[in-house]
Ligand binder design. Structure first.
Ligand code: SAM
Ligand code: SF4
Length: 480
């Protein structure tokens, strides 16, 4: 594996893992005291957000409590502005790879719960992992999110081995996985240190709900019942040296206003204690899952309009944090959410172990939940290029150049993303066009790259054109 990572020192402040840093009472007071804000109050927060310095929890609550429908457009416009200013029109693509649906926990919303005896359980063997990775490589993917149920089979050693297998699948058609993010159960800081040796990108773990009573009522058995152990997962990951972490809440379990403000408290806590906030925030919404009654009718269902506002408000509150949207959402909604601030999406996904290799089989007996978008990757890319004017990016340069954790966020804050990310997006997109795209996508993509090049400063344009020429001549994995 050619991957090179650089580690940064993480200086942790002392913290008390026996107490929650989520203050329910304060969050509810903040929500109540911002009820029915005036138009002027809302506009004032929107103006502040335009400075791209983020928002306080109190300011965010004002946006969440806005009842003036006519100001929704103003909110969406500011979200679009911030997205454009900081991220441009790039959109990073990845695919989840479900390694194991063995799980000893019983989360009432998830199809993998241990009480779902109808589920076909699989933990992929190395050869099966290789088969899955080959399918993903042949689609053009360079970035994987490896997903595991919480089970003794999926201990840190097994996870590390499976990741090594994935990185090792390089083929002679230019296929290779260059970044593997991991979504697995939280572990001790010693185990996190071991996980880091596998050269992972982001460690991702969602609190599901920050509301403790609700948390306890939906996590019925197994290690995940322990709210505080999960709440401090990212602190331990940082102690283990992993400085790229991704947080999230599963929308539908509890009041979305509480969840969003609590998630921002989590961001503040990580910034204070670990010196760096999360690299990404994810927005899973509960999808119907076989073997889970609650998933059919979530207690706090979030509709599409509300979901758009949640994403837009988060974009304003934490402008420099990557926002991830999964295949859980329909293609129409994803298109809107991209404009409002989403910076990474999954494409061509399957949510069952072995689901890529065996896409013909009826996977419902092994999948975690059903998906909203079933289209092949090349169709999604074609739509991104032609309908959203987005540059699909397969870039994995940052963590391999050491631009991670506080270092990455520092760069982003200085708006240096354009210096690396935009050129790397174009170079990796050109790789995709040369190696994997259908004819239509090739044509539309080539025109898009040309438009992007002419919009750059001359020096950068020259530099990128040189990299593109090398790519066209067969060189691969060029990044700044
Ligand atoms: N087992 C690990 C854990 O629970 O953290 C990681 C894998 S778990 C499959 C990954 C995520 O899937 C969970 O954190 C949860 O947010 C999400 N999830 C579970 N059931 C879901 C459902 N019915 N719809 C959408 N997302 C779901
Ligand atoms: Fe297991 Fe994770 Fe699903 Fe819970 S969410 S049942 S821990 S796989």
């Amino acid at each position: 594996m050619s991957t090179q990572t650089h580690s940064h020192d993480i200086h942790m402040q002392p913290y008390d893992k026996t107490h929650s840093f989520i203050n329910d009472q304060h969050i509810w007071q903040t929500i109540e005291s911002s009820a029915n804000p005036t138009q002027q109050q809302v506009r004032h927060v929107l103006e502040k957000a335009q400075e791209c310095q983020g928002l306080s929890i109190e300011e965010t609550a004002i946006l969440l409590q806005n009842q003036h429908a006519e100001l929704d457009d103003a909110l969406f416009n500011v979200a679009r502005e911030i997205k454009n200013k900081i991220y441009g029109n790039r959109i990073v693509l990845f695919a989840p790879l479900y390694v194991s649906n063995h799980c000893a926990n019983s989360c009432s919303y998830c199809g993998f719960n241990a009480d779902n005896h109808a589920l076909k359980r699989t933990t992929l063997k190395p050869e099966q992992i290789r088969n899955e990775v080959r399918v993903l490589q042949d689609m053009g993917h360079k970035r994987i999110l490896a997903v595991y149920g919480e089970h003794p089979r999926n201990n840190v050693d097994a996870i590390v081995d499976s990741i090594a297998t994935m990185y090792d699948c390089k083929d002679d058609k230019g296929g290779e996985i260059r970044r593997i993010n991991v979504n697995c159960a939280p572990m001790s800081s010693t185990d996190f240190a071991r996980l880091k040796t596998a050269q992972i990108g982001t460690y991702q773990c969602f609190q599901e709900t920050y509301h403790r009573d609700t948390y306890e009522s939906v996590h019925l058995k197994g290690k995940k019942k322990d709210y505080l152990y999960r709440l401090y997962a990212m602190h331990r990951a940082m102690e283990g040296g992993i400085d790229d972490v991704g947080i999230g809440a599963l929308f539908g379990l509890y009041d979305h206003r509480f969840e969003l403000l609590a998630m921002l408290s989590h961001v503040e806590q990580l910034e204070t204690v670990c010196g760096v906030g999360p690299h990404t925030i994810s927005f899973p919404r509960i999808e119907p899952a076989h073997g889970s009654e609650i998933s059919e009718k979530p207690p706090y269902e979030v509709d599409d309009e509300c979901f758009k506002r949640i994403v837009a408000i988060t974009r304003l509150a934490v402008p420099y944090t990557g926002l991830i949207m999964s295949t859980r959402e329909s293609s129409t909604l994803r298109k809107e959410l991209l404009e409002l601030g989403v910076s990474q999406i999954s494409a061509g996904s399957r949510t069952s172990p072995g689901g890529y290799q065996d896409s013909e089989q009826d996977q419902h007996d092994a999948e975690q939940f059903s998906l909203g978008d079933h289209r092949p990757m090349d169709d999604i890319i074609y739509e991104l290029v032609t309908e959203s004017n987005s540059v699909p990016s397969f870039c994995t340069g940052c963590y391999r150049k050491g631009r991670t954790g506080d270092h990455f966020i520092g760069l982003a804050k200085q708006q240096f993303i354009g210096k690396f990310c935009q050129p790397n997006a174009l170079i990796t997109f050109r790789e995709y066009l040369n190696d994997y795209a259908g004819e239509q996508t090739q044509k539309a993509g080539t025109e898009l790259i040309e438009r992007e090049l002419t919009a750059m400063g001359k020096a950068r344009e020259r530099n990128v054109r040189t990299c593109l020429a090398k790519t066209d001549a067969g060189e691969r994995d060029i990044y700044l």
